[in-house]
Write a protein that binds this ligand. Structure first.
Ligand code: HEC
Length: 148
């Protein structure tokens, strides 16, 4: 006797497989939604962080930089610039940011340039707060190296 899939077997595989895939889909969605509050660092989202995010958007920093891997690949990833240039010290990082933003564009030969944005010191502090906050989002140890 030759073995073959009957119509009803095919139907069972179709509905059973579909239901199983949906079940996994809903379970993973539920798990993701549950994990977000523990990983997003939302409890530390101060007004200053929000103001920094707005400046980040208004000046299209993401048009050259990536943040948590999203954005353009022209300039360094900035999710971990707090660790990279500030050694995870908030005062040192804010000093560094004031210096860096004021010094642009650097006239270093054979290096890509960053524009001068003419931001106030307060605006740069907001940006620093936004970048410090972002560095504490749990992104599964992204980016993989300290140089971004
Ligand atoms: C036109 C592209 C461009 C835009 C827009 C831009 N940057 Fe940059 N940025 C660069 C480049 C290129 C570098 C690297 C320069 C170098 O290393 O000499 C850089 C470097 C940096 C660094 C230092 C990173 C490091 O690891 O040393 C910081 C901080 C920074 N940018 C912040 C910002 C912020 C904040 C904004 C938005 C207000 C912004 N950038 C917008 C091109 C850009």
């Amino acid at each position: 006797m030759t073995e073959r899939i009957t119509k009803s077997m095919a139907k069972n595989i179709y509905y059973g497989g579909g239901a199983f895939a949906l079940l996994i889909f809903f379970a993973l969605t539920f798990d993701t939604v549950n994990q977000i509050p523990h990983r997003s660092n939302q409890q530390d989202m101060t007004a200053s962080v929000v103001a920094g995010k707005k400046i980040w958007e208004d000046n299209n920093c993401v048009g050259c930089h990536t943040i948590i891997g999203e954005g353009a690949y022209y300039a360094p990833e900035l999710m971990n610039v707090f660790q990279r240039r500030g050694g995870s010290d908030e005062v040192a990082f804010k000093d560094y940011m004031q210096g860096w933003m004021a010094a642009q564009p650097l006239d270093t030969p054979h290096r890509r340039k960053m524009p001068q944005f003419n931001l106030t010191q307060e605006q740069v502090d907001f940006l620093s707060d936004f970048l410090i906050w972002t560095s504490k989002v749990n992104a599964n140890e992204w980016p993989p190296t300290i140089e971004g």
